[in-house]
Design a protein around this ligand. Structure first.
Ligand code: PGA
Length: 252
């Protein structure tokens, strides 16, 4: 049995003051929802304020990125040790990082190995672009991203990894994929790639989320699929009633 998982990726939104207000209001409602792992990922600057407000609320905190090195001359970067002071989770390889900051599978993999070293639970994102989707390259691209981004970690750590399948064409566009199509990618591409890396049993134990224009209106369609275990939510995670409804829908 895989525990459902819902994470809110706030991206580059909300000041510290705005974070305080949103986290306070969200936690009031989310704390009463059980049977789903709940995670909020505000910007780095807001993690400290969010962490104080979330104490004892049963809601996890995640960073949206990190460097792989522990410390050193990497101007502007945040290390896994710093993330670990406040967070249990970290999003790695989001398509916006891959597209705008040149993150490759190799870089994502270095960060994943660092997450293992520093005991962080990673949410690793994979997904094809619109061009790749239209050229029918989805399976090839997602398989390669999964096997290269997730290689060289221990099977014990692998069980903790959360994978997010996010078709790039569905992110922030209001054009979500559909349940059957997304489930097919998870079942026929992602889980077999995980099985090759870690064995069948571990591949079945790893949570795989869908992400890309998830709303309260379409969440159940994805959560009802046998291979989809939750969602990575962007835009809708900034709206209290939307995110609460999506989280509620993930409870089995
Ligand atoms: P979206 O973003 O829900 O706004 O499409 C999802 C994501 O980027 O994780």
């Amino acid at each position: 049995m895989r525990t459902p998982f819902v994470a809110g990726n706030w991206k580059m939104n909300k000041t510290i003051a705005e974070t305080r207000e949103l986290v306070f209001k969200l936690s009031m409602k989310l704390r009463d929802i059980h049977g789903v792992e709940k995670v909020l990922c505000p910007p780095f600057m807001s993690l400290m304020a969010a962490s104080a407000l979330l104490e004892g609320a049963g809601i996890g905190l995640g960073a949206q990125n990190m460097h792989w090195e522990e410390k050193g001359a990497f101007t502007g970067e945040v290390s896994p040790v710093m993330v670990k002071e406040l967070c249990k989770y970290v999003i790695l390889g989001h398509s916006e990082r891959r597209a705008y900051f040149n993150e490759t599978d190799d870089i994502v993999n270095r960060k994943l190995i660092s997450a293992q070293t520093f005991d962080l639970t990673p949410i690793v994102c994979v997904g094809e672009t619109l061009e790749q989707y239209e050229s029918k390259l989805t399976r090839e691209v997602v398989s390669r991203q999964t096997s290269q981004s997730l290689r060289d970690v221990s099977p014990a750590f692998a069980q903790r990894i959360v994978v997010a399948y996010e078709p790039v064409w569905a992110i922030g566009t209001g054009k979500a994929s559909n349940g059957l199509e997304a489930n097919a990618v998870v079942k026929d591409v992602i889980r077999p790639a995980l099985a090759k890396l870690f064995g069948d049993e571990t591949a079945q134990a790893i949570r795989v989320l869908y992400g890309g224009s998830v709303t309260s209106a379409n969440a159940s369609e994805f959560f009802g699929q046998p291979d989809i275990d939750g969602a990575l939510v962007g835009g809708a995670s900034l709206k209290i009633d939307e995110f609460v409804a999506i989280t509620q829908a993930a409870v089995i």
